[in-house]
Design a protein around this ligand. Structure first.
Ligand code: LLP
Length: 384
């Protein structure tokens, strides 16, 4: 078929090893993104026949070249801040729909978003109660909290009273009355339970719950069943079964054919397409057999291992294919003990200046990086 690869999506970099070594010679730290992998993921989403629209959650990766390619693949966009709206508007054609679904945004953020073509989502009573004037005559979406969260780590689960997102079900009627008083039309319901979900049944459950709520409300024509589509990160994890997802969604659609259905994945589109390149700075031994391998970047470029204990593949590109003889703690140069990119990783015996690749860096990598310790940020290179 078109665009099919022999290697699984996460492994495209093996074929690009000479190019990556060259890019790392020029500069590290550096994110490199493989556009064909992103396009292939977009095409997989388009096989979901029950989904009318996919809004790419740009918080995962806002590289303008990626936004442009995803617009070419027919994706719409989801933004959560005026900054994201500006980047998207500059990168994609005016025909690409935009959704604005912020959380605890200031009144001025809504004012900024209302000046764009974005459809506005609200996830609290406060905006509609206190800033109703802004939404008069507008179509809006309502994000509900279905009372539970899901995802790869507690910090990315977005449901229930312990989470700050969404309007709880018991407040929906109040929201609708306030919207009515403000002269706004609630045309859509939205739920997003968390990030890194690998079980296809989840979106069927959200879809049917939202559909049942929407039937009761009456004015709703759109259901946004959220993002959170996971990609395997640990070896041995099973990928999301896209044909199972298609079946589940189709069966709910049969029961509720009257609604348009949207999704808003971020990670699924971009995670596997990106790698972070770094170089070895130092090697340190501690105790009987603890070996630290230091890189020229760490949690400042990729905070996911420190923040969520996230597992990212780590490979020595310079010595790729050599026997992995040495157990390393892979660390960065930041002044915190949490500055670890990988624990207990077996690699070939590595030397200063070797190029180290950190995998699955396309989602929530560069966008969450910082200048902590006044380290230079990794730059970003797009491979067409
Ligand atoms: N929709 C809403 C309302 C969201 O809050 C998010 C992500 C998404 C969609 C996209 O989720 P995705 O498909 O990418 O899982 N920094 C964390 C993930 C935080 C996700 C925040 N919200 C991580 O690196 O794992």
């Amino acid at each position: 078929g078109t665009g099919e690869q022999v290697l699984p999506p996460a492994q495209w970099w093996q074929a690009e090893r000479p190019k990556l070594l060259e890019l790392a010679q020029e500069r590290t730290p550096r994110y490199v993104y493989n556009l064909p992998t992103i396009r292939a993921q977009a095409r997989r989403l388009k096989t979901l026949s029950a989904i009318d629209r996919v809004h790419y959650a740009v918080k995962a990766n806002t590289h303008p070249g990626i936004l442009k390619a995803l617009a070419e693949e027919g994706m719409a966009f989801e933004c959560v801040s005026p900054g994201e709206l500006a980047v998207v508007q500059a990168a994609v054609p005016e025909t690409a729909p935009i959704l604005f679904t912020p959380n605890f945004a200031a009144r001025r953020d809504f004012v900024a978003a209302l000046a764009t073509r974005a459809t506005i989502g609200i996830d609290a009573l406060h905006p509609i109660e206190h800033w109703g004037d802004l939404f008069a005559g507008r179509d809006i979406m309502l994000r509900v909290d279905l009372g539970r969260g899901l995802g790869h780590h507690e910090k990315v689960r977005t449901g229930g009273t312990g989470s700050k997102f969404g309007v709880p079900i018991e407040h929906i009627d109040r929201f609708l009355r306030l919207a009515d008083a403000a002269g706004a039309r609630v045309i859509g319901l939205h739920a997003h339970l968390g990030s890194g979900i690998l079980d296809a049944a989840h979106w069927g459950e959200v879809y049917s719950q939202l559909a049942a709520l929407a039937e009761r409300i009456g004015s709703i024509s759109i259901l946004n069943i959220g993002g959170g589509l996971g990609v395997p990160s640990h070896p041995g994890e099973t990928p999301l079964d896209m044909s199972a997802l298609d079946r589940v969604l189709k069966s709910v659609r049969q029961a509720y054919p009257q609604f348009q259905v949207w999704m808003e994945p971020g990670r699924f589109l971009v995670a596997d397409a990106g790698v972070l390149l770094a170089r070895v700075t130092q090697d340190k031994e501690k105790g009987a057999n603890v070996r630290y391998l230091g890189l020229d970047t760490g949690m400042n470029s990729l905070i996911r291992p420190a923040l969520y204990d996230a597992w990212h593949e780590i490979a020595n590109l310079t010595r790729f294919g050599e026997p992995a003889t040495t157990m390393y703690q892979i660390v960065g140069p930041i002044c915190e003990s949490g500055d670890v990119l990988g624990s207990d990783r077996r690699l070939p015996e590595s030397k200063e200046d070797d190029v180290i690749l950190i995998g699955q860096g396309g989602a929530y990598g560069a966008v969450m990086s910082s200048r902590y310790n006044l380290r230079d940020e990794a730059d970003e290179v797009l491979l067409p």
